[in-house]
Write a protein that binds this ligand. Sequence first.
Ligand code: NDP
Ligand code: VSD
Length: 323
Amino acid sequence: MADLNLAYLLFVLPLALLVFLYFIVRPRPVRIPIKNRHVFITGGSSGIGLALAHRAASEGARVSILARSHDKLEDAKHAIRLATGVDVATFAADVRDADAVRRAAEEAGPIDVLVVNQGVFVPEELEKQGLDEVKFMVDVNLIGSFNMIKAALPEMKNREGRGPGSIALMSSQAGQVGIYGYTAYSASKFGLRGLAESLQHELIAEDIHISLIFPPDTNTPGFIEESKKRPPLTRIITGSSGEMKAEEVAKKALDGIKCGSFIIPCNFEGLLLSIATAGLSPQRSFPMAFVEVLTAGLIRVAALCFQWNWYGSIEKYYAQKQQ
Ligand SMILES: NC(=O)C1=CN([C@@H]2O[C@H](COP(=O)(O)OP(=O)(O)OC[C@H]3O[C@@H](n4cnc5c(N)ncnc54)[C@H](OP(=O)(O)O)[C@@H]3O)[C@@H](O)[C@H]2O)C=CC1
Ligand SMILES: CCCCCCCCCCCCCCCC(=O)[C@@H](N)CO
């Protein structure tokens, strides 16, 4: 009798859960091809965006990149041509300028895979940070993403017979958990999640699939600049997640986009974070949904331990400052 109960608990119930999840996960799994398709990347002239452009070009996509600086775009174009033999199209525009972005999208032609990756980050305590800098981050990271998506959508919806489309947004692990020194940055990145979850409801009928990418600290020109200004506590807390190379993040991101994953973590800590913050987000993969359900309680305990550790660091830092 006890054996039967144990077998039930260990095998029958989990199997029933797995089968149940297989039938109910929505949206259904999808494959997004890259080869011979138009991949448009904002912030494609540097760091993660540039690494993504390289990778997409080497996988046979037609690639367009958009950023503000003409010179950086030209440098990126030459570097990609040298490495892959592929010529990418470049568009100089500021994502905060809705008209300029619309003109660029029109000129580029219908997009199959849009990667909204541009981003700026200036870490500082809110009390010290000027409102101009707060607005700068929200405008570029969040409003700029709205501008780009609105510009690309009309033609993306006209993709008749061209296969499933994708819109991928570059968030950050600081878009999954708030971190000391990132009030404005985290707010702009958390905002992308609301945008993405709602937009997936609105575009699923158009066969357009949304992805949200959550990188940890990544070695890029932008990150090197940021590191010079980071408050010590920002450095300590972000150190909870390992640093990555732009090429590694680009590989994770593109693989995730091709699988149509809604949430794309980039490292092991990122995987834990995405389970901890799964909430009401869509999940296409039933094995992943299974892991989320089974580990939810334990992961919450781990999350509370991280907060315990972070608040310990903050307490210690301020105690030392007082002396
Ligand atoms: N590096 C990191 O540690 C992490 C980065 N991220 C996110 O990844 C994304 C890329 O970061 P990263 O590669 O480090 O950044 P970089 O600073 O190296 O590159 C940023 C890119 O965005 C472009 N860009 C910046 N502002 C604008 C604008 N207003 N309009 C159009 N293009 C713009 C830049 O070109 P130009 O200046 O010429 O406009 C550049 O091509 C960002 O969204 C960032 O928040 C997420 C987690 C960690
Ligand atoms: C169960 C719980 C698991 C917990 C793991 C927690 C790890 C959190 C670390 C957060 C790191 C944030 C990096 C932000 C990078 C970024 O966006 C800036 N470099 C600006 O670009």
